[in-house]
Design a binder for this molecule. Structure first.
Ligand code: NAD
Length: 480
């Protein structure tokens, strides 16, 4: 078999030890790899590179397109960018896939039988990194959910489920509150789900879904969710399965993929031959499947399961009465190598040869919609008095048919009407609409803004209000 080129980073802290153990095991198991090593992380950051990765390393990554990455240490203090976030975005790794499996009774868990795969959207949502301080009191983070981004992750989840013999895909979102952003995520889940009649589908509001996941993870199979919920709940899922030290994950894009353990560099454990290499090893198993070496992946995984069953455990999963031998990183790797070819007796053996190919079609071509401009939200930094005072200033200011409709503070209507109990900050959304539902022109918005500025008001941002095929492209004001 021809060797497959991959890029490897040994990382920081316990990284080099667990990477050595992992590479030793998969090489002994017959992985055919042409390894290119790059340096990333702490040393690179401390050389003054804020990204933690050198330009020539990107060259290796974009050529091999496969990245096996040990955890790194992000130095404390400002200015250093998260290498994980950068890598995911630069390489377009939109799908984060994290199997969270219980290995009871060999690893302590309250949930024997748990076998959940979290598919997390990796590039969008609140992680776009678009934040602003708009007034003395108000900070904003933009939540971006796109149709193509959602189509890609939802399709990935359904294809993953079908390819891996899973039965059900669940969507977590909060569309009862975020009707537009999480609403489109849910809608696309329903649209794409309809193409998979062989799979069961269900939708949970993320809060109660998270509670159910923590209480009865056996009720779930594959769960797909937007970035922030996925970030939080994939750690919860890994922890309740047994330990964050045991989970590996893949980050998949159209062109490249990255495989890693989910834990960090555990600096206090570094250099002592203590760390558990299992998370990175299971990350490498996902990588071997990805590069077409499924038989090697299964050989490694089954040897690892056999080692757990034999009670050969590192300190982090060692339990009196169950574990037989407390070992270090190197000895654990030796034990897995010795078990290559063995199948577990009680834990469920894996067989990756049955995995089917995934058909990841590109996102749909955007529909041509009739977009009409019907109003504008003018955001003001103002601390000149009560809502009615601001209403009195703004009502006479108009631009053509563009007239003040409503003022809200933190989303709640405060003028006209409003309640004296509503707490207000220095950040006001002043909604101007075309009179009688009429359309408006962009230059009316410019004219209105000029008039507001001339009246001594501090306009901090504007947001156009449009309809798409007659449907409002903006949320209603609470209390209006
Ligand atoms: P951590 O995951 O490194 O450690 C949390 C706890 O788990 C510690 O008690 C640690 O000893 C233990 N632990 C973690 N992995 C283990 C293993 N394989 N075997 C045995 N015990 C293990 O989290 P942290 O302490 O919050 O972060 C340490 C550093 O790692 C930070 O600089 C952080 O930025 C970085 N980090 C990197 C990644 C990554 O590169 N993917 C992810 C998370 C954190």
């Amino acid at each position: 078999m021809a060797k497959v080129p991959i890029t490897v980073a040994h990382g920081d802290g316990i990284g080099p030890e667990i990477m050595d153990a992992t590479l030793r095991i998969i090489t002994e198991a017959g992985a055919e790899l042409a390894i290119e090593t790059i340096e990333i992380g702490e040393k690179v950051y401390l050389r003054g590179n804020a990204a933690g990765i050198e330009p020539q390393s990107w060259e290796s990554l974009t050529r091999t397109k496969v990245f096996l990455k040990a955890p790194i240490t992000t130095p404390q203090g400002g200015g250093f960018k998260s290498l994980n976030v950068t890598t995911r975005k630069v390489l377009g790794l939109y799908a984060n896939v994290r199997p969270c499996i219980a290995y009871a009774p060999y690893v302590r868990t309250k949930h024997p039988g748990m076998d959940v795969v979290i598919v997390r959207e990796n590039e969008e949502d609140l992680y776009a990194g678009i934040e602003h301080r708009q007034t003395a009191d108000v900070y904003q983070c933009l939540k971006l959910i796109t149709r193509p981004g959602t189509e890609k992750i939802v399709r990935y989840a359904f294809e993953y489920a079908r390819a891996n013999g899973r039965k059900k895909v669940t969507c977590f979102a909060k569309d009862n509150i975020m009707k537009m952003t999480d609403g489109i995520f849910h809608k696309i889940f329903d649209e794409i789900g309809a193409e998979y009649p062989d799979l069961e589908k269900e939708m949970w509001i993320v809060d109660i879904g998270a509670a159910k996941l923590a209480d009865t993870p056996q009720a779930f199979d594959v769960i797909v969710m937007p970035n922030l919920y996925g970030d939080i709940l994939s750690d919860v899922a890994a922890q309740i399965a047994g330990s964050v030290g045991l989970a590996g994950s893949s980050n998949i894009g159209d062109h490249c993929a990255m495989f890693e353990a989910i834990h960090g560099s555990a600096p206090r454990r570094a250099g002592q031959n203590l760390a558990n290499p299992s998370g990175l090893l299971l990350g490498s198993v996902l990588m071997l499947g990805h590069i077409g070496q499924a038989d090697v992946a299964a050989r490694v995984h089954n040897a690892w399961l056999s080692t757990l069953e034999q009670g050969i455990h590192t300190y982090d999963i060692f339990q009196d009465g169950i574990s037989k031998q407390k070992v270090g990183t190197k000895e654990f790797a030796d034990a897995v190598i010795k078990n290559l070819g063995k199948m577990p007796n009680e834990l469920k053996a894996v067989d990756y040869s049955k995995a089917k190919a995934m058909t990841l079609t590109p996102p749909s071509v955007p529909k041509k919609l009739k977009k009409e401009l019907v109003g504008v939200d003018m955001f003001l930094d103002w601390s000149g008095g009560k809502p009615a005072d601001l209403g009195a200033i703004l009502t006479p200011i108009t631009a053509g048919n563009l007239k003040l409709s409503v003022i809200s503070n933190r989303g709640v209507k405060v003028f006209p009407g409003g309640m004296t109990e509503t707490f207000c900050v220095d950040h006001w959304r002043c909604r101007y609409m075309g009179e009688n539902g009429g359309t408006i022109q962009h230059n009316q918005i410019v004219e209105l803004m000029q008039k507001l500025v001339s009246a001594g008001l501090d306009v901090i941002k504007t947001e156009n209000l449009c309809t798409f095929d007659g449907e409002n492209g903006f949320s209603a004001v609470q209390g209006n």
